[in-house]
Design a protein around this ligand. Sequence first.
Ligand code: ZN
Length: 312
Amino acid sequence: MELLFLESIFKERIWGGNRLKSDYGYNIPSNKTGESWSVSAHKNGATYIKNGKFAGTSLADLYKNNPELFGGSNANEFPLMIKIIDANDKLSVQVHPDDKYAKEVENDLGKFECWYILDAKPNSSIIYGHKAKSKEELNLLVKNGKWAELLTETSIKAGDFFPVPTGTVHAIGAGALILEVQQSSDTTYRLYDYDRTDDKGNLRELHITKSLDVINVPHQSAPETYEPISMNEDSTFQILTMNKYFKVGKLDVNGHLPKLNLNVPYSILSIINGNGIINGYEVNKGDNIITPHQVHNLDIRGNLSIIITSEN
Ligand code: ZN
């Protein structure tokens, strides 16, 4: 059974840069490219299969027309999305709604996301959570623009991982390169954008009322820690998050892992470092691959790190 390689698509952003080209070799549209949508079936940008008998088919159509490839998955649409984010400048302070709010207000899914920090320049940080203890305090601090008082800043380094549940105030800081796994949603509420203007001098739209509707008060931190597991003498696997929507882990192989049992309806492999051979296919840093339901085991050879995502 074939592995399915996906063609990334790219989104220009005012805070974007050129690292998706310099670090990942992608053919990006400009030096303001902020996001690679590496695995997506979202209506705002679907990725395509680039090899084998499904070459040229969008992931959205494949999920709809070939459910046998996705095993027991039975969402209306392909439910996951994987991006790489190049934050040359900082992103807006934002929050995402849960499924219920998103369905009612936006006809979209909620957006539980999580971040694996691929690289971070020295002194990089993120905004992760806030300090308000009540809705009243939150509303007051927002109304008066007391951002430093409200927001919690955390320093980051390569290899860090953050689950970002719905309702969590967050912002990626300048200098971070991040692999993001999320629900298939494009609904973002901007709380604060540092009063930045675009190249036409316009401020970006904010969504204060909706943000205040959905922000968790008080902030609930969601730490998850799992020990790395040795798969054999050449390889280690570590779970990063297991939540209602997805399970994400990191596999490092330096040598040969002859049999990785998948035990899931399908999975997504994102090669974040190195290269090698998986089930006979040559794979390189930057590749994103779906292992269909019919593939039960992987034979992995090489020196590489893989983020493995599956539905939960
Ligand atoms: Zn976000």
